[in-house]
Design a protein around this ligand. Structure first.
Ligand code: ADP
Ligand code: MG
Length: 310
């Protein structure tokens, strides 16, 4: 019997979500017939991983010290195979600014942006803030570069809101990404596979709040996942093509979820790549899989099998 250890919980702001993802995965693994255990990872129990001696690890951690390549690097050193992307991809995708730089290099559309650094920015706060609006206009979206679950994300409509949003985002991160607000529907694309990725049905997300914030993401009834998305065949085709290109150029493995905004002229923009997408009962990837006829258990099984094939 294959012995799978689910790493969950962890140290990031997304700890609670990770615990929910991890328990879902653990239940599914047992149903499929794996021998499954869980470990709520913290600074003091890293040694437990080696002691538990699993055949493979399912990383159900989100955010820092889980989705950012650090745990992946530790497991590489131990020689234990794990689900999802490797160190390099994880680290790159954890930073929304770095991700956007690479998207630009690859010619993949992403909203116009600037990246600001706390120490430099604060030296000349007022002028820097004015310059951002001059360059990008309003409204804008301010994001801590390395958070997830919409933590540290703010939509701003004027200069004074921009200043307080930047300050709030700097509380999470020394690096902040500021990008043009794209006014239009939001899509997300789930992909599974290694070299030959399978694009699952596109989901359109509608949120009761201003945007798809933390509350919308994790409170039942606060958002809707529409499958099929209400988009034209042409947008659908473009989004699928872009998603495949993102997945391969960022060298994603196992599974990932790519977030998009579509503007009024039907132009798609990539927001970010989630290398360990949520696996809670309410999460997007399990929904997309279900729409493709893949049950939650089958999805978990496939992600594990893809990890063993690496
Ligand atoms: N440029 C943008 N235009 C409009 N809405 C945005 C933009 N960037 C982010 N958002 C909103 O904020 C949410 C979170 O942003 P995202 O970049 O996906 O970060 P994360 O999900 O990691 O917190 C998105 O799901 C979307 O609702
Ligand atoms: Mg997102």
């Amino acid at each position: 019997m294959i012995n799978v250890l689910v790493l969950m919980g962890g140290l990031s702001e997304e700890r609670e979500v990770s615990l929910r993802s991890g328990l879902g995965v653990y239940d599914a693994l047992k149903k499929v017939g794996y021998q499954a255990r869980t470990l709520d990872l913290n600074r003091d129990n890293l040694d437990r991983i080696k002691e538990m001696n699993p055949d493979i690890i399912f990383i159900a951690l989100h955010g820092k010290y889980g989705e950012d390549g650090t745990v992946q690097g530790y497991l590489d050193i131990l020689g234990i195979p794990y689900t999802g992307s490797g160190v390099e991809t994880s680290a790159i995708c954890m930073n929304k600014g770095t991700t956007k730089k690479i998207l630009c290099y690859e010619g993949i559309p992403t909203a116009d942006f600037v990246i600001i650094n706390k120490a430099e920015y604060l030296q000349n706060q007022q002028q820097n803030s004015l310059q951002i609006v001059e360059k990008l206009g309003l409204p804008l979206v301010v994001k801590a570069a390395t958070q997830g679950s919409s933590i540290g994300v703010y939509i701003v409509k004027n200069q004074s809101e921009l200043d307080s949003a930047i300050e709030a985002a700097f509380a999470y991160d020394r690096e902040v990404v500021i990008e043009k607000f794209i006014d239009g529907p939001q899509l997300t694309v789930s992909i599974i596979g290694n070299e030959d990725p399978l694009v699952l049905p596109i989901i359109e997300i509608t949120a009761a709040n201003d945007f798809y914030d933390y509350e919308s993401k994790y409170t039942p009834g606060m958002c809707e996942h529409l499958i099929p998305a209400r988009i034209s065949t042409s947008v659908e085709k473009q989004v699928i093509e872009i998603s495949k290109k993102v997945y391969t150029s960022f060298k994603c493995q196992g599974y990932a979820r790519i977030d998009f905004m579509i503007d009024k002229d039907d132009k798609p923009y990539v927001l970010e790549i989630n290398t360990i997408p949520g696996m809670t009962a309410m999460s997007l990837v399990p929904d997309a899989a279900r729409a493709a006829g893949i049950s939650y258990e089958q999805l978990v099984d496939r992600v594990v099998c893809l990890a063993m094939q690496k």
